[in-house]
Design a protein around this ligand. Structure first.
Ligand SMILES: Nc1ncnc2c1ncn2[C@@H]1O[C@H](COP(=O)(O)OP(=O)(O)O)[C@@H](O)[C@H]1O
Ligand SMILES: [Mg+2]
Length: 253
């Protein structure tokens, strides 16, 4: 029996900050350590689906959200399981506009399967819309990946206001677990922004940062995660270190 499943959303309304890469990498690493992991693609662009499956998926979370079906789960390997997305998901916001309890649909779908897993990781779309609302209603833990290019406080305020609303109305347990600096470069700008963030946000910023590393961008093209594709790369090292930091935070070995 799996007790205490961790359900984690990776979210930021900005695109290109590493949400999908982080979901795929952390999911694959946890699975390789013997955890039962479900990763959920909640983005109509279906990048997570493409990076884990060879070719497109013929099932999609869309049918579960809109069509009252149960979550479609594809086994990537014995420990890693995927709920795929498809382009059709782009219509879900509109189609669910008048659905009853439309913010809780994903939470209810996850409830049906969560006992099978140690970790459920949700890759959110780059917007603070109904799909992200569903993700935050379903998950207590929210991790925000961001690129240290400009001071991110304005963007963080937007996400925090959104989470406050979720806490008041939908899920009182939802909270930011931490902020993950991604695509970090060894430049004065990156360093200054990192310092500024640590000064302002303290413990909320994960110790581990993910360095900019071209092999990270190459791996999904081969439908591989960074740890399989280039186990000795900085990308693999950083994501392994981040996964360890996360497990420690949750009091796990
Ligand atoms: N640390 C990194 N170094 C280099 N490229 C990265 C890194 N993290 C992500 N990328 C690349 O940047 C792009 C955006 O990343 P992605 O994970 O898809 O972001 P998001 O899901 O937030 O839109 C992808 O092409 C990805 O391969
Ligand atoms: Mg993405």
């Amino acid at each position: 029996m799996k007790n205490g499943v961790k359900i984690i959303s990776f979210a930021n309304h900005k695109g290109g900050v590493g949400k999908t890469t982080t979901t795929a990498s952390v999911g694959s690493i946890l699975a390789s350590q013997g955890k039962q992991v479900l990763v959920i693609d909640l983005d109509a662009q279906a990048n997570l689906t493409a990076s884990l499956l060879h070719g497109e998926s013929d099932v999609s979370i869309y049918n579960a959200l809109v069509g009252n079906e149960s979550l479609p789960v594809v086994d990537i390997n014995p420990n890693l399981h995927l709920v795929p997305a498809s382009l059709g998901l782009a219509m879900a916001d509109l189609e669910l506009a008048s659905a009853m309890a439309r913010e809780r649909i994903l939470a209810e779908l996850i409830d049906e399967v969560k006992d099978n897993y140690d970790y459920i990781l949700i890759d959110c779309p780059p917007s603070l819309g109904l799909l992200t609302l569903n993700a935050f209603t379903a998950s207590n833990e929210i991790i925000i990946p961001l690129v240290a290019e400009v001071l991110p406080f304005k963007g963080l305020t937007m996400i925090n206001n959104f989470i406050d609303m979720v806490r008041k109305r939908l899920n009182p347990q939802a909270h930011v677990t931490g902020i993950l600096i991604t695509r970090w470069e060894n430049t004065n700008l990156s360093k200054q922004i990192e310092q500024g963030m640590r000064a302002q946000l303290g413990q909320l910023v994960f110790q581990t940062k993910i360095r900019k590393n071209v092999t990270i961008a190459e791996a999904p093209l081969e439908s591989k995660n960074i740890v399989e594709y280039a186990p000795k790369s900085n990308g693999a090292k950083d994501y392994k270190a981040f996964t360890e930091e996360l497990k420690k935070l949750f009091g796990e070995k």
